[in-house]
Design a protein around this ligand. Structure first.
Ligand code: ARG
Length: 401
């Protein structure tokens, strides 16, 4: 029987050419797998037809946008995950859901190998292959761009020679990856890290310099998940989409960073994630009133570690799973409403309310009638500083200072 390979297929030039390229290089039959993670653009049916037109023996298409929002974006929100303090893991969280579908398709169509279009320099190759090793340990992986010398020039020549139904003239100098959680743009003139991005880079966000009138929005959460916007019930996918639109119109969520890739390279990245950044901001502010202090402090550390694991392609790892359990436990009381103003590139919270809040007006107030007994503070401070005071006494005794 002819060997079969499932290919992570985007519908773009490189993966379209990869179908025939892999076929010629390996003699295998190629099954194209296209997964909708809310990236917009062409319909799955158009992509399916193109895959078949480029020589795929089968095309597997999956609308995974709700699955992606529920099972990948929501955990990222609960973790307030920002890799290196900036990046909401847009591409990093889409790879594991694509991997799930690749492995499913491999099983359905009897494939022995999984192929993806990543280069050898990025994180995505790691995320795909580590994911596949974990979910389908018997499956092999190949990357035609990395392993079969499929360069951009060769891809264009191949497409023209074979008359593939794909445009080869459109010259986009950037490498772009997008889904409903956000958009990542890299390469081209952005590789000079002093160059400011030009307007044409952006798609999810409008220029924040000339914003429309301020947009006030109320987001309601239940156990850390957005359930309503301005009182209208929403699914996680709808919440992200609605905030992509409204926060995007205000230029919220533009990110320009140099980040540390897993492969040891520092790379310049432009991200836009209006919905994700608005949601993370709102969610964090709701946690500020509903999560107990020590739990909240520890959670920040856990969230950072979680972000690193996910960035580094460890979505299906045991440690990530354990941290998920911790994070989930912290979300028990993260229920309530956050009101925020979206304007001029910023999402600023100006109101919060929750039935499960730990904010106690009577303890906090400086007005008369507060229930906080200020006389307790003296003794507390005395004991709190005791250990450092004893140590400093020793310093003076031993060193004279
Ligand atoms: N550097 C980001 C990450 O590793 C974005 C990668 C985007 N991928 C792409 N093919 N442009 O998550």
């Amino acid at each position: 029987m002819t060997e079969r390979i499932v290919l992570a297929y985007s519908g773009g030039l490189d993966t379209s050419v990869a179908i025939g390229w892999i076929g010629e290089a390996t003699g295998a039959e190629v099954i194209a797998v296209a997964v909708d993670v809310g990236q917009g653009g062409e319909s799955l049916e158009t992509i399916r037809q193109r895959a078949l037109g480029c020589g795929a023996v089968e095309a597997y298409v999956a609308d995974a946008s709700d699955e992606f929002a529920n099972e990948y974006c929501m955990p990222t929100l609960k973790a307030n995950a920002l890799y290196q303090g900036h990046y909401p893991l847009v591409s990093a969280i889409s790879r594991p859901v694509i991997v799930k579908h690749l492995v499913k398709a491999a099983r359905e169509f009897g494939a022995t190998t999984v192929a993806h279009g990543c280069t050898g320099k990025g994180n995505d190759q790691v995320r795909f292959e580590v994911g596949i090793q974990t979910l389908g340990p018997d499956l092999k992986c190949i990357a035609p761009v990395r392993d079969l010398a499929l360069t951009r020039d060769k891809a264009i020549a191949f497409a023209e020679e074979k008359g593939l139904p794909i445009e080869t003239t459109k010259k986009n100098p950037y490498s772009i990856d997008q889904n409903v959680w956000g958009r990542a743009v890299e390469t081209g003139y952005l590789e000079d890290i002093w160059n400011a991005p030009t307007k044409d880079i952006y798609d999810y966000t409008a220029t924040p310099e000339f914003p429309p009138a301020p947009d006030e929005v109320t987001i309601s959460f239940e156990a850390g998940v957005p359930v309503a916007i301005d009182g209208v019930k929403v699914t996680p996918l709808q919440a992200i989409k609605e905030l992509n639109r409204r926060a995007g119109a205000q230029g919220v969520g533009r990110i320009d960073v140099v980040e540390d890739r897993l492969v040891g390279i520092k790379s310049r990245e432009i991200y836009e994630a209006p919905g994700a950044m608005a949601l993370i901001t709102a969610h964090k502010h709701l946690e500020d009133i509903t999560v107990e202090r020590e739990q909240a402090r520890f959670k920040a550390t856990v969230g950072q570690r979680w972000s690193e694991l996910v960035y580094d392609g460890q979505w299906f790892s045991p440690l990530k799973r354990s941290l998920d359990a911790f994070i989930e436990d912290t979300q028990r009381y993260v229920t309530g409403d956050i009101r925020m103003v979206l304007h001029g590139g910023q999402a600023i919270v100006n109101g919060r309310r929750s039935e499960t809040s730990l904010y106690d007006f009577d303890l906090a107030t400086y007005d008369t009638g507060d229930t906080f007994d200020q006389s307790m503070a003296r003794g507390f401070i005395e004991l709190w500083g005791m250990s450092a005071k004893v140590a400093s006494g020793r310093d003076i005794r031993v060193n004279g200072k």
